[in-house]
Design a protein around this ligand. Structure first.
Ligand SMILES: [Zn+2]
Length: 582
């Protein structure tokens, strides 16, 4: 309940916004002095906004790895903060996530400033709230933000102090959205499932090339979406958001992803898979994107351009509210009818569009002020504006057939927990049952030399499948695939999908053999087996006759019997999710 409810009732004749709207900002932000607020200051400022405005609230939504809560700030146009009622009223939902990498705090400052302005209805901004609710995660990596120092970002001169990239568990949270090793990601999944945002923004800062822009965009990658949403992104969202930004102080370009050493030769649209925030959103048919503020621009420009982007995005969301919601609805229905699903893509280098790019000449022979030696750099005294190629199409090159059901053994509690967090619907088996299912066998997989974010991620996965009768037990999960969360279900449960549970080591237990044979101990059983299976015995004898090397190797002969009979364990490398097709 809001603390100001009593006060509000005194002024009931006036609409809520004008009762509390302020002429001046409430918050004292110091980004102009290259200062970004500490964790306590950020939360304190949202508490102040919460206290002053009855149409906004600061909620605690689960924990983070520090034990401190994950906060969510909700801005509506009235004192109503339940997602059910708000969505039932037909509003679209915009979620903004900040401080996933606390060394990149432009969005933390910009969101505070934006929240302050929209609540005090600066220049009529509160109109946005008539059909759109705005959700802000003030700081996502709480542990990273608390780990504050002047030495956390070597390539960044301002703000003078920031947080650290790793969270309290030293995880990069922008790789954690599917494996969910952090409490932060678990809490985030709940928020995402509860609110089902139509538009999602995750704010970052990047280095890499130098150019004239303060802000760049990783847009929702169109090829990750069903056709109706792909078309909305390409024909409406992308052109409009660039056009709107052009009208303001700060121009926007796509994130500069290099295909060549010099961006003049062309850049490409990146495709962020489900482990990343924007890719995670795409699994739920949510238009997810990341801004990348440019590290080499003064901090105030990073904050101001991020603010401008948030404002344009909020206005775009509000003005296109119906179109956005309808495209998602149609997109979900297209996904639910799909016969096959793409799991791997490659950049199509034959497809590109020409975009304006304002860069600085690359200088391969720049003298270093520190060492006096030559180094690579950019010559800021030589700005240019050119038209360059932007390669913006990813072609799917591998598909899986969409099953009607997956059966998930309850033994995999870590998988079940994540399915629950993400709102997957299923029933459980009422009794022990044998099902005829299709199962994948892992034929090959790779392991990296070093762990990556706490895992030995399987980069290469080769499978084949077989049809088998398998025993399942009362309580195992039967998941109908053709439901709203279809993309999440396939991305996580198909072992070859790019960020699947298998790739993140959730099923490594199946990769080693539990039983084997001893050259001495197996012999009695092997002889008995041959006697009871004359056809196989004949085959075995033939092999001995025709293969002298085999005939001279005791171990090889026992191995032949073991590996080609029921003795061989068929659960070895068998991926335990059964699939039922139409
Ligand atoms: Zn980042």
């Amino acid at each position: 309940m809001k603390q100001l409810i009593l006060l509000a009732s005194v002024f009931t004749i006036l609409p809520v916004l004008s009762v509390f709207a302020q002429d001046n900002p409430l918050l004292e932000l110091k980004w102009a002095q290259n200062y970004t607020p500490t964790y306590d200051e950020v939360i304190g400022m949202y508490q102040l906004l919460d206290k002053n405005y009855s149409n906004a609230i600061l909620l605690e939504k689960g924990k983070t790895d520090t034990g401190k809560p994950l906060h969510l700030f909700v801005i509506n146009d009235k004192e109503e903060f339940g997602p059910g009622n708000i969505k039932a009223a037909g509003k679209s939902v915009l979620l903004i996530n900040n401080g996933i990498h606390p060394g990149e705090p432009a969005g933390i400052d910009a969101s505070l400033w934006f929240a302050d302005d929209i609540l005090r209805n600066r220049d009529g901004m509160a109109d946005i709230l008539k059909n759109t609710v705005i959700l802000i995660i003030p700081v996502y990596s709480v542990g990273g933000h608390l780990n504050r120092s002047a030495y956390n970002r070597s390539g960044q001169t301002t703000p003078y102090e920031t947080g650290f990239r790793g969270n309290a568990k030293n995880l990069d949270l922008n790789r954690d959205f599917t494996k969910c090793d952090s409490e932060n990601a678990k809490s985030f999944s709940k928020i995402f499932n509860e609110w089902d945002p139509d538009i999602f923004l995750d704010t970052h800062t990047t280095n890499g090339s130098d150019h004239q822009y303060s802000i760049t965009l990783i847009p929702p990658e169109p090829d990750l979406f069903p056709p109706v949403m792909e078309s909305f992104i390409r024909s409406t969202f992308i052109p409009e958001i660039y056009e709107r930004m052009k009208e303001g102080e700060y121009d926007l370009i796509p994130y500069v992803s290099f295909m060549f050493r010099d961006p003049k030769l062309g850049i490409n649209m990146t495709q962020e898979g489900p482990r990343y925030s924007s890719g995670y959103a795409s699994m739920f048919h949510s238009y997810g994107m990341m801004t990348e503020s440019h590290i080499y621009k003064p901090y105030p420009d990073r904050v101001k351009s991020c603010y401008q982007f948030i404002q344009e995005l909020a206005e775009f969301t509000s003005e296109n509210s119906e179109a956005i919601k309808n495209s998602r609805k149609s997109g979900i229905s297209q996904s639910m009818q799909a016969e096959e699903y793409p799991i791997a893509f490659s950049l199509d280098t034959s497809k590109y569009q020409m975009i304006e790019f304002k860069g600085y000449e690359a200088a391969r022979t720049q003298e270093s002020p520190l060492t006096g030696l030559e180094r690579f750099g950019y010559d800021r005294s030589k700005p240019y504006a050119e038209t360059i190629k932007y390669f913006d199409t990813w072609e799917p090159n591998e598909f899986v057939k969409v099953p009607e059901y997956y059966i998930v053994p309850q033994a995999y509690t870590n998988v079940v927990e994540r399915l629950d967090l993400n709102g997957v619907e299923y029933t459980t088996l009422q009794k022990d049952s044998v099902f005829k299912v299709t199962v994948d066998y892992i034929d090959e997989f790779s392991n990296p030399q070093r762990p990556y974010n706490g895992h030995f991620f399987h980069d290469k996965v080769v499978t084949h499948n077989e049809s088998q009768e398998i025993q399942y037990y009362k309580g195992d999960l039967l998941i109908p695939v053709r439901q709203e969360k279809i993309k999440y279900i396939i991305e996580m449960l198909e072992p070859k999908a790019s960020d699947s549970f298998f790739r993140w080591n959730f099923f490594d237990n199946i990769l080693d053999q539990r039983e084997y044979f001893s050259s001495y101990g197996f012999e009695e059983n092997a002889v008995k087996y041959l006697d009871e299976h004359p056809a196989f015995k004949k085959e075995f004898q033939e092999k001995r006759k025709n293969d002298p090397e085999f005939a001279g190797n005791h171990r090889a002969q026992l191995a032949y019997i073991y590996n080609n009979t029921e003795w061989f364990e068929n659960t070895w490398k068998r991926y335990p999710m059964g699939k039922i097709f139409k």
